[in-house]
Design a protein around this ligand. Structure first.
Ligand code: OAK
Length: 755
């Protein structure tokens, strides 16, 4: 086989691959992937899904595509025989910068599962030129620079398809770019990305600043442009409408080409609205249908039958609401429709809190989604329950039949096969390869919980993965870590509700304990990966606190042999693929009730980490799957948290004063040691925030967190075999968290694709 592959690659390179450069090989492999993926393109019959999302955090594509197309082993072998390394070639590939966090990565996992399950389902989004931003640290502070990821070799191909989009009364042309999405032994679908030809990367000034008013030049430069001023907020609406208007036109054009007469649109298309960024697709589709001579009432019904909405957050600030005059400015053509929808919504209920346009002339996007789509889902059991019982209770009362839960999942192709080949091989040698397409087969691993050889092998694989991560950290950031230590990792967006600050307080506590002569049961390497939104001041202060503490520890030889704090710069999908397989303890420590689901928690579990977490989001379902002995749960329950908010009497200062360990840790933030490496303004502000506000109730969970984490460390140190057995149980029970299962549920309950 490998000889045939060598010949094929020689042909594609137009030279002997032994003499080809990595760049030439990279382009040859792109062609190979393209050829093979085209063979998997199937025509669509029946209903097709359009997953509209502001983010698609797809990660590098080459290796993943080779795996999905069944080419990986042959290619690797052929390259190795020619003295070439696939890993080196992959370095040529820029990581697509089309997403930020969980919502975007979920969209990418869903595209993989759709194609794998042979379901017709395409993505619709924007082709951002610089994505979110590239993060680097200087003086322990996050700096943002543009992430110029779009190169000539970018796999998204421009097409001749353009759609007119009117923004603030001016006409623009949205060009369609297509990126093939390969399924694992499945079909090839498409990620459709829209862009403006006139966008000009040269307008970016200092850092990531640019003139937010010049829409023709800046529209798709960045994902989530800074919305701390009005121009930034308007720009977000410009982006959103551009995406949904072009997307809606694409849907109508494709469906018409397949015989749809628009009246029967819901038989041809299912549109999933990924949180509220694409909500304007509802009035836009109604507007377009009315241009095809469909009356308003019927258009509303067609759109309701076609669209479904997923909620990914209950944080009030993330539930989008726009002052009406913003929409009057950017999308005047939609306002008559939104007004009519608002009147219809108001006629269905006396409850003013369910209006689309409230008394203050603010437009609530989620309200429009719930009234005028046929399904509203949360992303984990607890989250859906909270939506029904509190956040969206009024809507649940009005439309109980629309509400449903779809617990998130992750694609095992990227998060096991691709990122952890040694573990994949070991699993395959034990239970065969059926788990690659049917993740529930992982349960067969439970037969090995008493098999010492298997448990030892799992520990060895973990150790190798830690060494690989250590080598990567040394190469990337010049940091040397102790691979005999226990690795704990907290990698996710930086947000106070996710409580990286709780981890910070633990690490300060640990530092001070060591200084006081209390040696821990095992050396600890604490690894972080996180980007803070550029305008989110406290999030940046938390990063500063962590980086400063890292230096304090590094410069204290008495402590540094027992603990290290590593902050991975520019955390992205490629970094996650290195970090997750190397983790012993996965930090999922959000304030209960606030993390809708979490999906990192699932990736760590699948790769044999135990979870240290609160009863939040999908942690609840993970704990049910593995049992209490195989997870470290701590902290307040969501009920207690919600109760504390309702009582309105939380006073962080009381907790600070009552617990000497907590006081000592918080006081340390502005100690001489911290100030010798850090900046007083940042550290003082963080300290004040914790003592005087602490909106996400870090302090009440501090003690329980310290106790539970130290328990995990003691268990790890005491009995490696038992630890390994518990990691095996986690891997075996991870099958439920495959996005194939999630997608099957969406299809059975909401989409009914291909039918
Ligand atoms: C991002 C922007 C606006 C609203 C939500 C998000 C987001 O990333 N939410 C995350 O979605 C994930 C996928 O459902 C969940 O696992 C995370 O809990 C949630 O924070």
């Amino acid at each position: 086989m490998s000889e045939t592959m060598t010949n094929k690659l020689n042909d594609l390179c137009k030279k002997d691959i032994k003499t080809a450069s990595n760049e030439e090989l990279y382009h040859a492999l792109l062609k190979l992937v393209d050829e093979k993926s085209q063979q998997q393109v199937h025509s669509v019959t029946g209903r097709k899904l359009y997953y509209i999302s502001a983010e698609f955090l797809i990660g590098k594509l080459l290796s993943n595509n080779l795996i999905n197309l069944g080419l990986y082993d042959d290619v690797k072998e052929a390259l190795a025989a020619a003295g070439k390394s696939l890993a080196d070639i992959e370095e040529q590939e820029p990581e697509p910068s089309l997403g930020n966090g969980g919502l975007g990565r979920l969209a990418a996992c869903f595209l993989d599962s759709l194609a794998t399950l042979n379901l017709p389902g395409d993505g619709v989004g924007l082709r951002y030129h610089c994505g979110l931003f590239h993060q680097n640290f200087k003086n322990n502070i996050q700096n943002e620079t543009p992430d110029f990821w779009l190169t000539d070799s970018c796999a998204a191909q421009a097409t001749d398809t353009v759609f007119p989009v009117s923004l603030a009364g001016k006409e623009y042309s949205a060009r369609l770019y297509k990126l093939p999405v390969t399924g694992y032994e499945g079909r090839t679908n498409t990620l459709n990305l829209f862009d403006l030809d006139t966008v000009d990367e040269s307008v970016i000034g200092d850092g990531i600043s640019f003139d937010k008013k010049d829409i023709a030049k800046n529209l798709t430069l960045f994902l989530y442009p800074d919305d701390s001023d009005e121009d930034g907020r308007l720009l977000r609406i410009y982006q959103q409408y551009f995406m949904v208007s072009a997307g809606a036109q694409l849907v109508l054009e494709e469906c018409a080409a397949r015989g749809c007469n628009y009246h029967n649109l819901a038989d041809y298309a299912a549109i999933q609205i990924n949180d509220t960024h694409p909500s304007m697709v509802i009035p836009e589709l109604i507007r377009l249908l009315m241009l095809h001579d469909i009356d308003f009432e019927e258009a509303v019904q067609i759109v309701t039958d076609t669209c479904a909405y997923t909620n990914h957050t209950i944080l009030a600030e993330a539930l989008e609401k726009w002052p009406r005059h913003y929409l009057d400015t950017v999308v005047p053509q939609l306002m008559p429709i939104i007004e009519k929808l608002d009147a219809l919504a108001k006629s269905r209920t006396e409850d003013g809190s369910l209006a689309i346009i409230d008394q203050n002339q603010v437009v609530h996007m989620a309200h429009m989604d719930i009234h005028f789509s046929h399904s509203t889902n949360g992303v984990a059991t607890l989250h859906t329950q909270i939506l029904k019982e509190s956040e969206l209770a009024g809507f649940y009362h009005l439309y109980p039949e629309k509400f449903n839960n779809k617990t998130n999942g992750i694609t095992f192709r990227r998060w096991l096969l691709k990122c952890n080949p040694s573990l994949t091989n070991e699993i395959e040698s034990l239970i065969g390869n059926g788990f690659k397409k049917d993740a529930s087969e992982l349960k067969k691993l439970l037969a090995y919980t008493n098999d010492q050889n298997v448990l030892r092998k799992l520990s060895e694989i973990k150790k190798q993965n830690k060494e690989a991560l250590a080598a990567w950290l040394l190469h990337k950031q010049g940091i040397k870590v102790n691979t005999d230590a226990m690795f704990t990792i907290q990698s996710k967006r930086l947000h106070e509700y996710k409580r990286q600050q709780l981890n910070l307080l633990f690490l300060i506590h640990q530092y001070l304990e060591i200084k006081a002569g209390h040696i821990p049961s095992v050396p600890l390497v604490s690894i972080f990966g996180a980007k803070a939104a550029p305008a989110y001041i406290i999030a940046k202060d938390i990063i500063h606190g962590l980086l400063t503490l890292s230096q304090v520890i590094e410069n204290d030889p008495e402590v540094s042999k027992w603990m290290q704090l590593v902050f991975v710069e520019n955390y992205n999908v490629s970094a996650a693929e290195m970090m997750i397989p190397a983790c012993d303890l996965s930090e999922q420590i959000s304030l209960a009730s606030k993390e809708a689901s979490g999906t990192g928690n699932m990736k760590f579990m699948l790769n044999g980490a135990l979870t240290l977490g609160t009863m939040d989001g999908a942690n609840v379902e993970i704990s049910e799957a593995v049992g209490n002995d195989n997870i470290y749960i701590f902290g307040q329950s969501s009920k207690q948290v919600i109760h504390r908010y309702a009582a309105g009497d939380y006073c962080a200062k009381d907790w600070y004063e009552a617990d000497p360990n907590l006081r000592r840790a918080i006081d340390f933030l502005t100690s001489e040691k911290m100030l010798s490496f850090g900046d007083e303004e940042h550290l003082k502000r963080l300290q004040n925030e914790l003592i005087w506000k602490d909106w996400f109730q870090t302090l009440p969970d501090f003690n329980a967190y310290v106790v539970r984490k130290q328990q995990a460390m003691a268990d790890y140190a005491a009995d490696q075999e038992n630890w390994s057995c518990r990691t095996l149980i986690n891997i075996a029970q991870a099958g439920f968290f495959s996005s194939d299962r999630t997608i099957e549920e969406y299809d059975n309950d909401i989409w009914h694709l291909g039918k």
